[in-house]
Design a protein around this ligand. Structure first.
Ligand code: CA
Length: 229
C-alpha cells in the first residue's frame, strides 16, 4: 500500500486545478486528466484509491468511463460531478456504480468531506494504524505520535513516512518514493527526497526510529533495536 492517490477527470481547467489543490493540502497524490480517453488510460496503468469524475466531458463522457471501469473490474470508489441537476443523471450514475455524486457548483469544504468519507469507506477493512517502535501513525485520523508526543509533519513528509511505514523491511529506492508521493504534474528531484529524509531523521531519530540509507539502493525504516551501527 502507498499513500492515497486520487484521479480527477475534469475538462474545466480552473475547477480541476482548484479541486487538485484542495486535495493536495492534506497530502494526497493527485493526478488530473481532462478527457475520458485519458482517464481510461490512467486507470489502466496506475492504482487509484478514488476517482473524481465529471460527467460532461469531450469525447467519451463520464458515464462511459464509469461503465468501462466497472466492466474491467475496477472497484475503486467513484465520486461523480455533474453540472446538470437532473435526477435521471444521478440515478444513472449510481446505477452504473458511482458511490456518490455532487452537483456543480459545490463548496470545496463539502467536496473534501465527501472525499474523506469515500476514502474511509474504501479502506475500512484495512488497519488505520501503522507503527515502528514508538512511532505510531493513524492514517484515518491523519495524526502521528512519537511515544505520547504528537509528531508534526508537513504534507510531503507525511506521505514519505507513510510510504516507508507501509513497507517496513523493504529497501525503497528514491525513484519508488518519488513515484509514490508525487503527482504527474509535479517535478521533484532525487535531491528533494534526500531533503525529506533528513527532515524526517531529525524528527524521528531522537526517539529511536531510524531511516537507514542503503547506499546505491535506497532507504529502510527501522527501530533502534534493529538498526545497524
Ligand atoms: Ca465538464
Amino acid at each position: 500500500m502507498k499513500s492515497m492517490r486520487i484521479l480527477i477527470v475534469e475538462d474545466d481547467e480552473l475547477l480541476a486545478a482548484g479541486l487538485a489543490r484542495a486535495l493536495a493540502t492534506p497530502g494526497y497524490a493527485v493526478d488530473r486528466v481532462s478527457t475520458g480517453e485519458k482517464a481510461l488510460l490512467a486507470l489502466g496503468i496506475e492504482h487509484y484509491d478514488l476517482l473524481v469524475l465529471d460527467i460532461g466531458l469531450p469525447g467519451i463522457d463520464g458515464f462511459s468511463v464509469l461503465r468501462r471501469a466497472r466492466e474491467r473490474g475496477q472497484t475503486l470508489p467513484v465520486l461523480i460531478l455533474t453540472a446538470r441537476d437532473a435526477v435521471s443523471d444521478r440515478v444513472r450514475g449510481l446505477d452504473l456504480g458511482a458511490d456518490d455524486y455532487m452537483t456543480k457548483p459545490f463548496a470545496l469544504g463539502e467536496f473534501e468531506a465527501r472525499v474523506r468519507a469515500l476514502l474511509r469507506r474504501g479502506h475500512h477493512a484495512q488497519s488505520a494504524q501503522l507503527s515502528c517502535g514508538v512511532l505510531l501513525m493513524d492514517t484515518l485520523a491523519h495524526r502521528a505520535w512519537l511515544a505520547d508526543s504528537p509528531l508534526n509533519l508537513t504534507a510531503r513528509e507525511w506521505s514519505v513516512l507513510e510510504y516507508l511505514l507501509m513497507r517496513q523491511g523493504q529497501v525503497l529506492s528514491k525513484d519508488k518514493i518519488m513515484q509514490a508521493v508525487c503527482s504527474w504534474d509535479e517535478e521533484i528531484s532525487p535531491n528533494a527526497v534526500e531533503v525529506y529524509m533528513s527532515r524526517l531523521r531529525a524528527k524521528l531519530e531522537p526517539a529511536g526510529v531510524y531511516v537507514r540509507t542503503v547506499r546505491g539502493f535506497g532507504y529502510l525504516l527501522e527501530e533502534a533495536g534493529n538498526a545497524q551501527p
